[in-house]
Design a protein around this ligand. Structure first.
Ligand code: UN1
Length: 504
């Protein structure tokens, strides 16, 4: 199955991980093995780049930017429109590769490609809507306006869990804005990255835009090169808070821009008036979908004390009936985690939670089969337990009963991250309180919808240690452009602002 799939996507057992204006045949870095987390076997190998290869990527981007930035934005949008169509044609194959390389179930692998397609559609429309304002000048016969220009070259660092969609959030928007982008994917998912660039390559060629999107597969060091590289006007980085703490100060030291999408320790509140069936489904997808490895995964569940017991009973039953197995098989809902180390970390968290007084209701163990599988885990906890304020990237859910909504809101906000949050309630006042400025402090706040699975139309991202960045829809495009305030005098005198006189 694997070899045919790789061949259909233009991949081989051994691949170059560096695409500049062409595939660099023998990049100077080490060979990375892409492991199928469902069985621990090698899917294929990708050769990482060296510092020299990195320089070639940056040079190709520099040249492409000179050209791209002069093109009308709708012409750039046309390339992205065609890319969206190419993705539509390859949706199944690319989705399956994502499933093989990350372990997420096929429906989610396909969903990830759909997210890229949606981004292409959005960015194509955006290419005709990079609006600036016209402002009222205080001076007679003056016009004031804002224009938006491309930044230049943008670095994109992505994580294993969304090995293609998060690049698309950044790259296609950066592209219609007129930037060239350099992508460093997670070293765990290099095949998906190579496959994406192979789909894009003929379009870059046809549109004479080679260099507009380059790929550099590598480990952690190249992320630091990018952070320190003054030629990259913006570094967009998705990953752990620890990674953000390495990247952000380096970019700040050169006064560059960052766009950070880091961790989340997301909570979902179930109020007494909630539609229990809806809440249950949202919790199951939020906590155990993608094997708990989304930045938006539901990690904490605040249950009102009046409904906590019956809700936990239902949740326990549902937890026990989640089908675990090969993620490409129909009906399977929980595939493997990304690595053996990830499973070990999850097991450590379970041990710590129990030591701190948590009651294990479901799961908690590694599954005895090839690959890196962990049972969906449900632990009754309390706000006093330190582990609940720690983000463990795993299918572990801490359920905590609450008495007053104010407490649930305070607990929601008591973690260092501020990404996603949700409340299930049919009580208008509770919903509004959760959404208000004294409610959830997260970047994403939902009512009767879980914490994960956002649409691309909104601006995606979070506050506090999540990094403050916003990507994908709404006006997130502004992060990839520089704003220019322009004032034009069409009169014959030179009045000064604020009534200042300077008559010589
Ligand atoms: C991530 O896990 O880094 O809202 C992104 C969601 C997805 C994106 C998650 N659309 O869960």
């Amino acid at each position: 199955m694997v070899n045919e799939l790789l061949a259909r996507l233009g991949l081989a057992a051994e691949n170059s991980g560096v695409f500049t204006r062409r595939w660099v045949e023998n990049p100077g870095g080490e060979w990375l093995e892409s492991i199928n987390p469902s069985d621990g076997k090698v899917l294929g190998r990708v050769r990482a780049g060296s510092r020299r290869d990195y320089e070639e990527c940056v040079a190709a981007g520099q040249e492409a930017f000179q050209n791209l930035s002069r093109r009308p934005a709708p012409a750039r949008g046309e390339l992205i429109r065609e890319f969206g169509n190419a993705l539509r044609e390859r949706k199944h194959d690319l989705g399956l590769l994502i499933t093989l390389e990350t372990g997420k179930i096929l429906s989610e692998g396909l969903g990830e490609v759909q997210e890229m397609i949606d981004m292409c559609d959005f960015a194509t429309g955006l290419s005709r809507q990079l609006y600036g304002l016209t402002l009222a000048s205080e001076r007679p016969e003056h016009r004031m306006m804002e224009q938006w220009h491309p930044l230049g070259k943008v670095g994109i660092i992505t994580a294993f869990n969304f090995p293609a969609a998060v690049w698309a959030w950044n790259a296609v928007v950066a592209g219609v804005c007129g930037n060239a982008s350099l992508w460093k994917p997670s070293p765990r998912t290099p095949l998906t990255a190579v496959a994406v660039l192979k789909i894009l390559q003929p379009l870059l060629l046809r549109h004479e835009a080679l260099g507009a999107a380059t790929l550099f597969v590598g480990g952690n060091d190249p992320a630091l090169w990018m952070a320190e590289d003054e030629r990259l006007a913006l570094v967009s980085a998705t990953g752990s808070c620890a990674m953000g703490r390495e990247i952000a100060p380096r970019v700040a030291a050169r006064l560059g821009k960052v766009l950070l999408e880091l961790g989340g320790n997301n909570a979902l509140v179930v109020a007494p008036s909630a539609n229990v069936e809806l809440a249950l489904r949202a919790v199951l997808f939020g906590a155990y979908g993608t094997a708990g490895q989304r930045c938006t995964t539901t990690r904490r569940l605040f249950l009102h004390q009046d409904i906590a017991h019956p809700f936990l009973d239902k949740l326990m039953k549902a937890c026990g009936s989640i089908r675990i197995g090969n993620p490409w098989e129909e009906g399977v809902l929980l595939g493997p985690m990304i690595s053996a180390a990830a499973v070990d970390k999850a097991l450590e968290a379970v041990t710590q939670a129990r030591r701190e007084g948590g009651e294990l209701l479901c799961g908690g163990k590694k599954i005895d089969r090839p690959g890196f599988f962990m049972e969906p885990t449900l632990i009754v906890a309390s706000q006093a337990m330190p582990i609940v304020r720690q983000e463990t990237f795993a299918p572990i859910l801490y359920a905590i009963p609450y008495a007053k909504l104010e407490d649930a809101i305070e607990w929601n906000n008591s973690v260092e991250q501020g990404l996603a949050s949700a409340i299930f309630t049919n009580h208008l006042l509770e919903a509004e309180k959760f959404l208000s400025s004294t409610g959830s402090d997260c970047g994403i706040v939902n009512v009767n919808i879980g914490t994960s699975g956002a649409e691309i139309g909104g601006a995606f991202g979070g506050e506090k240690a999540t990094g403050g960045g916003r990507e994908a829809g709404s006006d997130a495009w502004k992060a990839y452009m520089r704003r220019q305030t322009c004032t034009v005098n069409y009169g014959n005198v030179l009045p000064l602002a604020q009534g200042v006189r300077f008559d010589v």
